[in-house]
Structure formats: C-alpha cells, structure tokens
Design a protein. Sequence first.
Length: 314
Amino acid sequence: MDTRTARLVGKTALSPDTVDFSFELINGRFSGLEPGAHIDVHLGPDLVRQYSIWNWRQDGRQLNIAVKLEASGRGGSHAMHALKQGDEILLGTPRNNFRLQPDTPYVTLIAGGIGATPLVAMARELATMRRDFQVYYLVRSQDLAAMDEPFRALDLGDRYHLHCDDADGQLDLAAVLRSMPMGSDVYTCGPEPMLNAVLEAGSAMRGGTIHFERFAAVADADTCSNGSFDIEIQSTGAMLRVSAEESILDVLKASGIAVDFGCSEGLCGACLVDVLDGEVDHRDGILTPEEQATNSYLCTCVSRAKGDKLVLNL
C-alpha cells in the first residue's frame, strides 16, 4: 500500500465538534488532488480511516481534511482529534470515487453536516470554471456549520444557501430539484437519512443524475445476519471457508493472498475484486445500485455471498 509520511502543521477548530487538519508531506508531492478525492489516514496498525480532502496547496505538498468527533464512533475520529501539531503520520495516495463531471450544464451541491467537505472543493472548482451551480448546506444549527466559512470565502453570493433546521425547518428538497434546469446533476454527501431524502426527491428532477457519497456502508445502516460460505480462488482452485464471524478480506489475509485494503468499512473501494461466479450480498457504500446488480465485483471487507460460493478473480 503506497503511503507517505506527513507532518501535522495546522489544527484549527471549525465548530464545537469539528477540527481542520493541515498535513504537509515530508518529501515529495501528492498527485490526484481534485474535488471529491479522499485520502487514507493511517492512525494505527489496524486503524485506517478515509477523509475527504477539502483544500490543498497548488504545489501538492500540503492538504486539509476536516474531521467531526463522533462520540459513538469506532475510534478514527478520536484518534484524529488526539493528534498534536508536529505529529508525523502516514497518508495514502488520494483516490476519487466521487468525481465532478465536466460537461453538466447546471449543478446543485447538497451537503449535510461534515459531508460538506468534498462539496467545498467542488464549489471552488465550479466557481473557478465559471460554471452554473448552487449550493445547499444543511445543518442542525448554525453553530454546527463547520464548513460555512470556507463556503463563504468562495464569494458565491446568492448561489450559496445555509439551511439550519432549528431556524428554517425542513428543506423542501423536491422543490429544489424541481427548480433545476433540464439535464442538471446533483452531488450530495451527508448522513444516510439526508441522502435517502435527496434520492427520494430525485423523482422531481427533469433528467440528470444524482451523484452521492456515503458516510457509512449499508452494513452499518442495516442489521445484517451472516452465514458461512465458500470462496474459490480462480488462479489456484483453492477453496476457502468464510465463517459467519469473518470477512472475505480476513480469510484472504489469513491465507496469505495479497489484496489491497484501506478502510475495512466498505467506503474506500481499495479492496474491490472481480467476481467470476456467484451472487453477491453487497454491503458497501461505494458501488452504485447498477454496479451492484452486475455481480461483477465486491468489496471484500464487508460484502458476502448470497449463496454457498463465490468465485473470485484472484
């Protein structure tokens, strides 16, 4: 896994629960710094988390991520917030599964909470390219609007809308999507209930596509029962048993089969492998419903088999 050492050179509170972290590479430069990109942050031997890059320096040596402290999280945000200025840490290579498309005539960005981080970078790019767009930033209250200042620094005028639930009530998403020109696209990132509301409101759109990025994989949102199944390694014919308590990734690693991985939560796409046969129980938060329906690949860290066996192109 390609990693580089970076130093924490800035740590700034953006709201009561969200902090901005500025990392500078010790040597070299990052490639792939673009709107929608995220990065692996290695916080411990078995603790790797992904965070969207919301700002970066043009020379590719410094980047910014913002992290909300999740009291009931699984350790990533706590480890991030415990970092001190001057600490050195391993960062992966930026990857992008939420890329801004170049030719859409009109774009609406809908951000929920800390999901605003990739959309700040998108808004900056859209403004620089003088494209037609609008931004809706949805938060519970203004004091929790961690990315409000970065949005306002872009000088978007009436294209930027901060919507605070406690003061403004519930946003009529269907009306927002209905008002867009024909063929417009939506980019949205935020908590699962907000994403579901945006997708449901999508029936009001006149063409166009909703592009979205999740905070949590489907397995986190729904209670899934696990069964045992077999995986066949196509190159050797080896048959490996995956118990109810193990992931495919666990079994592959224990068997000495090399496979990339990152978040181990079905959110980064690093552990995707091709499926040659079998029906997949998809539990990731990265593949589109259309991609999942092909049963052509899966995230080994969270997805499982619906039947007795999967044949993997390994």
